[in-house]
Design a protein around this ligand. Structure first.
Ligand SMILES: *Cc1c(COP(=O)(O)O)cnc(C)c1O
Length: 428
């Protein structure tokens, strides 16, 4: 890297970085620009981005269509509050999102981050139960879960392997963690669920892929069993599709995969990340009419009591329209299927590496799970032209790729060859 400029050396004394042990962490890579699937560093070198900025930049960076949508909005109306005021970008986005989901999922609440969206989904479930006169204050979540960093969402995260251990002794919400059910029904899930269900308002799951807490996969049958248990016991089922949404696992949503396989759907879906294509912060909660009706009353206090200042920010809504236009304009299910096949072909030979415990691919999520402590640092991948950030847990390390969905074969090869090279060198 070039000698550090003063904006960096001065700022380093003031910036508090995310998930970062400042005493031991190396300096971050200094990005001067983005282009397609690449980060351009301040010395002019380029890294192919294996993570698409926490899985947001599905269409690559600086997409001209998304940029034009945001620019047009910036001229006309950068922001007004959503309280007492309406704007076209926000209203049309809600209509559009509702049209992407099966019929009953038709009410959309827009917020500025995924964690806040999960909080709103929880509030909808808890407050609606209260207003139906039900005594339900608990939440059921799953081991291996990650749902965000705010207090309520931290209490949903895996209490052992999750990153929020310091807070798990006094969780903000009474949450019970179950194992994701098996496909065949031999695991006692139904009894365990039944024992908790009478007091539970909501059950929250990352469908098909549990992402940030270890990139673990399950099948649509597990989701069908969760749906069935929630239906039998009157528990609101929330799908957190912030990571899985927008073709990351193959279909547009895991919700579609469940509906196609079993004809059932969740009661609430949360989306974020790729929604606005990696440009501006936006997330959305999509709930059923039935839940919306639980808030209908002549009593003002029965309203959903939530309204972030930058809710439905028009610039972010315009970016989302741009991103959704692009998702509509091509066959992304086919794009993801092809990407999936390439990832599998390139990475499966790694299963014979002595430190590799598992190589798995679902949609455009590729995972190389290693013995704990064995993942090379980001620098080792960057030396080979790739930006990769391994996840580290007490039980294993996880090197994963969730690149822009539009990545071409040459850039994808840079990523997969960087993983091969870094692991070969590390074991030498
Ligand atoms: C990233 C993520 C979140 C949190 O979203 P933020 O926008 O970072 O608050 C919640 N749930 C899942 C499944 C995620 O991947």
């Amino acid at each position: 890297m070039a000698p550090a400029p003063s904006w960096f050396t001065d700022g380093r004394e003031h910036v508090w970085r995310p998930y970062c042990q400042h005493r031991t962490a190396p300096d971050p890579f200094r990005v001067a620009a983005t282009r397609g699937c690449r980060l351009v560093l301040d010395d002019g070198s380029e890294l192919v981005d294996g993570l698409a900025s926490w899985w947001t930049a599905a269409h690559g960076y600086n997409h001209p269509h998304i940029r034009a949508c945001v620019q047009r909005q910036l001229e006309a109306l950068p922001h007004v509050a959503f309280g007492g005021l309406a704007h076209e970008a926000g209203y049309t986005l809600c209509t559009r999102l509702a049209s992407l989901f099966p019929g009953p999922l038709s009410r959309v609440f827009l917020v500025e981050s995924g964690s806040v969206a999960v909080e709103v989904a929880l509030k909808i479930a808890l407050q609606s139960a209260y207003q139906r006169g039900e005594d339900r204050g608990d939440v059921i979540a799953f081991s291996g879960a990650y749902h965000g960093d705010t207090f309520a969402t931290m209490s949903l995260c895996d209490p052992v392997e999750g990153m929020h251990r310091a807070f798990s002794r006094r969780p903000a919400l009474p949450v019970h963690h179950l194992a994701i059910p098996s496909d065949d029904g031999s695991d006692g899930f139904d009894d365990a669920f039944a024992a908790l269900a009478a007091r539970a308002a909501a059950c929250v799951v990352e469908p098909l892929v549990q992402a940030a807490s270890g990139m673990r996969f399950h099948g649509v049958k597990a989701l069908a069993r969760i749906r069935d248990a929630c239906t039998r016991h009157g528990v609101t089922l929330i799908f957190d599709e912030i990571a899985t949404g927008f073709f990351r696992t193959g279909q547009r949503f895991a919700t579609d995969a469940l509906r196609d396989a079993c004809g059932v759907t969740p009661d609430v879906v949360v989306v974020g990340k790729a929604l606005s294509g990696g440009t501006l912060p936006l997330a959305a909660v999509i709930a059923t009419d039935a839940l919306f009706e639980d808030f209908s009353s002549t009593e003002a206090s029965w309203a959903l009591q939530h309204g972030p200042t930058y809710m439905a920010n028009p610039l972010a809504c315009a970016a989302a329209h741009g991103s959704l236009d692009l998702f509509d304009a091509a066959d992304f299910a086919a794009t993801t299927a092809a990407l999936s096949a390439d990832l599998r072909a390139a990475l499966s030979p790694l299963s014979s590496h002595p430190w590799v415990r598992d190589v798995r691919v679902k949609g455009a999520v590729a995972v190389v799970e290693l013995d704990a402590g064995r993942a090379p640092p980001s620098r080792a991948f960057a030396d080979r032209g790739a930006f990769v950030r391994p996840l580290r847990f007490s039980s294993c390390d996880v090197v994963y790729l969730m690149p822009p969905l539009v990545i071409d074969r040459a850039d994808l090869a840079v990523l997969t060859e960087a993983i091969h090279g870094a692991l070969a060198d590390a074991a030498r």
